[in-house]
Design a binder for this molecule. Structure first.
Ligand SMILES: C[S@@+](CC[C@H](N)C(=O)[O-])C[C@H]1O[C@@H](n2cnc3c(N)ncnc32)[C@H](O)[C@@H]1O
Length: 227
């Protein structure tokens, strides 16, 4: 696949690959798919190539939106690319599969960057500013039987994500776990992370997880499907 990723757009990394592995195990044929925070569009393109009926990609960054549009175009893949704040541009739509690799890195600055490269990873002091919004806003957009695939670091609390998604009525399971060495952002923050008790002294790896959260079929639909 031809692929452009200009400076300023999040280059696909370990978290992207982990989510893509999880995506490959889903039934994509005929699915209506949403990629929240699409970056270069790597995951949206993978869904389109995997046979999804329709793929929508959303990002807040103009550069990311243009890159995704271009990457889809040069590969002859159909992806609807929208600029906006998380689920804002798709309010009222329903999807069979939603995937998100949101910013999740705990940051010494509590507010979120409005622009620049750090917008792709900085996520407030506990790393949950975007994650908590995904947990609240994505479940109502799932069709019955629909699936949310969400990747993030163990540093920002896997149990908190699982709890929120369960309270939103989804059945959750952690499908992937992988330890990866700290990248330059975490290395540069390790003293601060240690002082906050988020990592142990000398820790140099973080755990990434993929959470699969499924909206149950309505009991009446389940009954019909079984007959
Ligand atoms: C960690 S990157 C993931 C990019 C891509 N999905 C991947 O896995 O390689 C997070 C992306 O979320 C986007 N983003 C940050 N805040 C956002 C928001 N409020 N609404 C939509 N996208 C946002 C960033 O611009 C960035 O492209």
């Amino acid at each position: 696949m031809w692929f452009l990723c200009p400076p300023g757009v999040y280059r696909p990394q370990g978290d992207t690959c982990l989510l893509e592995d999880a995506l490959q195990r889903e039934l994509l044929v005929a699915a209506d798919v949403l990629d929240l925070g699409t970056g270069s569009g790597a995951l949206a393109l993978a869904a389109a190539e995997g046979g999804a009926a329709q793929v929508t990609a959303v990002d807040a960054s103009v550069s990311a939106v243009c890159t995704t549009w271009f990457n889809a175009r040069i590969n002859g893949l159909r992806v609807r690319v929208l600029r906006g704040d998380l689920t804002g541009p798709v309010a009222g739509h329903r999807f069979d599969l939603i995937m998100a690799n949101p910013p999740y890195v705990p940051s010494p600055r509590a507010d979120l960057p409005a622009r620049g490269r750090a917008r792709a990873w900085d996520a407030g002091s506990d790393g949950r500013a975007l994650l908590d919004r995904v947990c609240a806003d994505a479940p109502p957009l799932l069709n019955p039987g629909g699936v949310l695939l969400l990747v993030h670091s163990g540093l920002c609390g896997v149990e908190r994500t699982l709890g929120r998604l369960r309270r939103a009525g989804l059945r959750t399971v952690v499908t992937e776990r992988r330890y990866i060495p700290f990248g330059p952002v975490l290395r540069g923050r390790s003293a601060w992370l240690e002082a906050r008790g988020l990592i142990a002294p000398g820790e140099e790896k973080e755990e990434l997880v993929v959470i699969r959260a499924e909206r149950q079929l309505d009991p009446a639909m389940k009954d019909r499907a079984c007959r």
